[in-house]
Design a protein around this ligand. Sequence first.
Ligand SMILES: Nc1ncnc2c1ncn2[C@@H]1O[C@H](COP(=O)(O)OP(=O)(O)OP(=O)(O)O)[C@@H](O)[C@H]1O
Length: 606
Amino acid sequence: MGFIMNGLDVEDYDRTYDDRELLRRVLRYFRPKFAAMALVAVMIVLHSLTQTAMPLLISWGVDRIEAGTVADIGWILTAGILAAGVLGWVFNFFRQWYSAKVTGDVVLDLREDAFDAVLDRDMSFYDEHATGKIVSRVTSDTDDFATVVNLTMNLLSQVLLVGFITGLLFLRNVELALLTLLVSPIVIGLALLFRRVARRNTLRAQRSLARVNANLQETMGGISVAKNFRQEHTVYSEFRPINQQSYAVTLRQGFVFSGIFPLLFLVAGLATVVLVQVGGTAVIGGSLSAGDWYLFLQAVALFWFPLTSIAAFWSQFQQGMAASERVFALIDATPRVVQEDSQPVGRLAGHIEFRNLTFGYEPARPVLREFNLVIEAGETVALVGHTGAGKSTLSKLITRFYEFSGGRLLVDGRDIRSLDIGEYRQQIGAVPQQPFLFSGTVADNIRYPRPESTDAEVLTAASQVAGGEWLEALPDGLATDVGEFGRALSMGQRQLVALARLLVQDPAIVVLDEATASVDPLTEAQISEGLDVVLAGRTSIVIAHRLSTIEHVDRIIVLDHGRIMEEGDHATLLRAGGRYCEVYNTYFRHQSPNYQPGSGFVPAAP
Ligand SMILES: Nc1ncnc2c1ncn2[C@@H]1O[C@H](COP(=O)(O)OP(=O)(O)OP(=O)(O)O)[C@@H](O)[C@H]1O
């Protein structure tokens, strides 16, 4: 039991909507489809009427036979049943057609809203939640919701049928009608009981599927690492219990769901026995016609069918509602990055000031405490420090991917929270260590920040980076396909594409995490040359990993545990022989052409 439920907890952005609110949200999606739904409703009524006509016609036939008028009924019955059948088919066809269209449209809208919400979420959201689980909400949960819409249409039609048949029963024989109805509270009671169990099991099944998706997604993302370390068996042994859990949970769900039907059919069967007994006695006693008796026996079957399917429907209804609840929770997840205003940004000069800023990924564990730093417009600063010092954190705050809890972050003297976030980000060029390329050509990727840029503009940008020599190594030049995630290009080439992309974007501030992966000396030289062009005239914050970079920046900032330990230029800091010296000896010194292994450390200043 413990194993079955492991990892199926709610996500922290999950929330429980009360039934009315959930229904209101769902109905909002249906409002624009009112005309089509009205047509579906009319078709449902007409279809139910034709279905009611069938047993009524036969009962009439039985009565005629009992009265000895056999000869007259043949053609009337045939024509009546044919007409009811054909009309029923036509009404049902239009009902299905239009309801499929309404459902499709609603799911389309819901999925678009969910996808929109996914794009809107802060980066912290993606740090905290597995992407596979998010994907599951946008795909399978919206599908489950579609199922519920279809079921609702079916249920509506069946409820109407029950209504018509009940009316008919009362018109023909009140006593027998009451007898039939007597059993319905038992069925409804059982269905309601079942509802609670079904909802719980359904939620678990959805979560276990989301876990499978999340695991698969992660595995695919890291497949090269797994293969590199020959860890396929570890990946498999992690997947296996998750898959087995999904199997066990789904099996349980099936078991619970299938448990209810035999019970309901048993109750229905017992009720039919009573009707046979009471009705048969009444026919023999002469107080009931054979036709009416037949009608009751037929009607009871029709009567039970909707009731039992309401019970079955309930579980799936719950499944759909739980799914819609999960999708709405994703749509409604509260953003952490909150802009207080959206003032126009204009062209930024690029002056940045952290003023007494406090930030932690988890509020209880701040990474930066009362942090102060001023970066002048047009200045190039290098951030250095041991791993975990807070270098990337500073860049993530400048790109406004995360919200800080205290202090202020000022850009050109204006509070970052007051700016139009879209306009602001357009002027921030962020280059991660491993630039992400989208499927398409090199030109498509360079043009990404400004899709309207012309081929000539793209070529100019590409040629500015290291004189464009790198293009010659590409099989089709700018038209070269980069493959998924840019895998068809070398690491160095991907970085060069990212630099050209930055030139097309023309940002005021560049936040660059230098790649640590070593590239061949020629590409290294091309990247350095490209960097000079790209960073010129912009405020640049570089998380430095290259000696050539730290030697040339305006200022080096040495960070440790979220605090500035030292700052200055390379030569001055080296002479000072303090913390920078230590970082230099650890990360940069071996890159120097004069470096000789075992030659000792740069001596600290006396
Ligand atoms: N998404 C995250 N969620 C929680 N904690 C994080 C997250 N990212 C970073 N941290 C923590 O914040 C601290 C600073 O991390 P940061 O990534 O800024 O360091 P860094 O100096 O850039 O290190 P590196 O050179 O290894 O990239 C570390 O203690 C790290 O564990």
